[in-house]
Design a protein around this ligand. Structure first.
Ligand code: NAP
Ligand code: MG
Length: 476
């Protein structure tokens, strides 16, 4: 498979109508390695019109078994191309190759899950008053816009495209400007696997141009977005005009709560990668750690030791755990948080600097003594930075946890079952793990409370989110 370089519309690659192109920089080398067409509003018009034709022309009415067969074929072909997808992902965002391979496989698994879900998904018969018969239908919506970020470009595209297609919709996918390649590869592979032309369009281009045009387009029935809370809010505002359906998966500042009765050694060994994986550019990053005071000092020592052993470097090496950050701008934004942390009295237990001369690298950084109102304790940093604090009282700790405007994920470490259940109920977030940091399961709903989002990706919840619910009453 060649490096994609154009828009994918109506089952074929084509240049943007304006001829515009943007260059892609490899974050590990800081060198430009390719250019890609940048869509404009004329391309949005063409892609939405083609998707609408494909929906009316047959995709919505295709027998469920046929739709499932095509999704299974997409999954199989994605598995054949795992190496290509992983290499494109690594080149465009600096993701370590081992992670990129896992995530390419996860994307294929998502298509398998929704291929199977098709035959299990439908309406209900309801027990209304005598004299009639009542049933519900789950119907496709039409054309869905999927707008995705650069941190997990390929799996998040699959999280949205697979259930939307499974439910009978057509999709226009807009990847982040920094990471168009694997979205384009998905379009090409899906078509090669038998997806009819127009059912999936891929439009790289700027968020303010392509994203806004999609969200404002009258034929777009639903917008499924993952990215910043700021852009999510903007999209929800634009969508209000036509009462478009939206699902939003936004930022987070997820807590990692360690009680003294836990296997805290295991927690300390496992926790660095719960925040530093993907170089901290993860909406689920466990970026504020609360440790019960009696184990705080040994926990911190062990956490810092495990952090210093992480392998930071060349993403082409299979043993690399942390690659560079995605861009110079993203690193600068994280460094500004570190400057503020230093100024406001936090101490840096390890990291804080640039480990390599070339590439947008930043060492994994552990902050201690961050003020309860400091930016580094309150705001999403989206980089390899964690802050750790001791706590004495469960109720006071939970008040601080829930004072955050975010509520995406979190971890709870304890051996006490009633405490695990009580705290799981109390933490205001959409996804929690006990004695683990695992947040994402293809079969289970994923999404946030409060400003972390609206609606759910994955599981059968996502299928529901790509349908309209209709009720039909028939008199006997
Ligand atoms: P972002 O601006 O929210 O970008 C996410 C997606 O939205 C991209 O495809 C982007 O396109 C698009 N977009 C931007 N402006 C838009 C608009 N006006 N209308 C419609 N779509 C628009 O995120 P970012 O700038 O890449 O990152 C900024 C911060 O967002 C990060 O530091 C982090 O805090 C957060 N973030 C969260 C997640 C997550 O998984 N929840 C993922 C990424 C970032 P362009 O790429 O062309 O701008
Ligand atoms: Mg942005």
């Amino acid at each position: 498979m060649k490096l994609p370089g154009q828009l994918y519309v109506d089952g074929a690659y084509r240049e943007a109508a304006s001829g515009a192109r943007t260059s892609l920089i490899n974050p590990a080398t800081e060198a430009e390695f390719t250019t890609v067409s940048a869509a404009g509003t004329a391309d949005v018009e063409a892609a939405v019109a083609s998707a609408q034709r494909a929906w009316e022309g047959g995709w919505r009415d295709l027998a469920p078994g046929k739709r499932a067969e095509i999704l299974y074929r997409i999954a199989r072909l994605l598995r054949d191309y795992v190496e290509h997808i992983a290499e494109f992902e690594m080149l465009q965002i600096g993701k370590p190759i081992a992670d990129a391979r896992d995530e390419a496989g996860l994307g294929a698994r998502v298509f398998e899950y929704y291929a199977g879900a098709i035959s299990q998904f439908g309406g209900q018969t309801l027990p209304v008053a005598r004299g009639g018969f009542d049933f519900t239908l789950r119907q496709s919506m039409g054309v869905v816009a999927a707008i995705v970020p650069w941190n997990f470009p390929f799996p998040i595209a699959c999280w949205k495209v697979a259930p939307a297609l499974a439910a009978g919709n057509c999709v226009v996918l807009k990847p982040a400007s920094l990471s168009p390649l694997t979205a384009l590869a998905l379009g090409e592979i899906a078509h090669a696997a038998g997806l009819p032309a127009g059912v999936l369009q891929v439009l790289p281009g700027s968020g303010s141009v392509v994203g806004d045009a999609l969200v404002s387009h009258p034929l777009i029935r639903k917008v499924s977005f993952t990215g910043s809370t700021e852009v999510g809010r903007h999209i929800m505002g634009l969508a209000a005009k036509d009462i478009k359906r939206v699902s939003l998966e936004l930022g987070g500042k997820s807590p990692n709560i360690v009680f003294a009765d836990a296997d805290w050694q295991k927690a300390a060994d496992n926790s660095p990668m719960s925040v530093f994986a993907n170089t901290g550019q993860d909406c689920c990053a466990r970026s504020r750690v609360y440790v019960e005071r009696s184990v705080y000092e040994p926990f911190v020592e062990r956490f810092v030791g495990a952090t210093q052993k992480l392998i930071v470097g060349d993403p082409t090496h299979t043993e690399t755990q942390l690659g560079p950050m995605v861009s110079a701008g993203q690193r600068a934004s994280v460094e500004a948080y570190l400057d503020d942390a230093r100024k406001t009295g936090a101490t840096i237990a390890c990291g804080g600097g640039r480990p390599l001369a070339k590439g947008y690298y930043l060492s994994p950084t552990v902050l201690l003594n961050a003020g309860a109102d400091s930016k580094c304790w309150r705001e999403e940093i989206f980089g390899p930075v964690v802050a750790i604090t001791p706590f004495d009282d469960e109720a006071a700790m939970l008040r601080d946890v829930n004072a955050s405007p975010y509520g995406l994920s979190g971890s709870i470490w304890t051996q006490n079952l009633s405490r695990a259940l009580r705290v799981s109920r109390a933490v205001q977030s959409g996804v929690l793990s006990v004695n683990s940091h695992s947040s994402v399961h293809v079969e289970a709903p994923f999404g946030g409370f409060k400003t972390s989002g609206l609606g759910r990706d994955l599981g059968m919840s996502a299928m529901e989110g790509y349908t309209e619910l209709k009720n039909v009453y028939v008199a006997e």
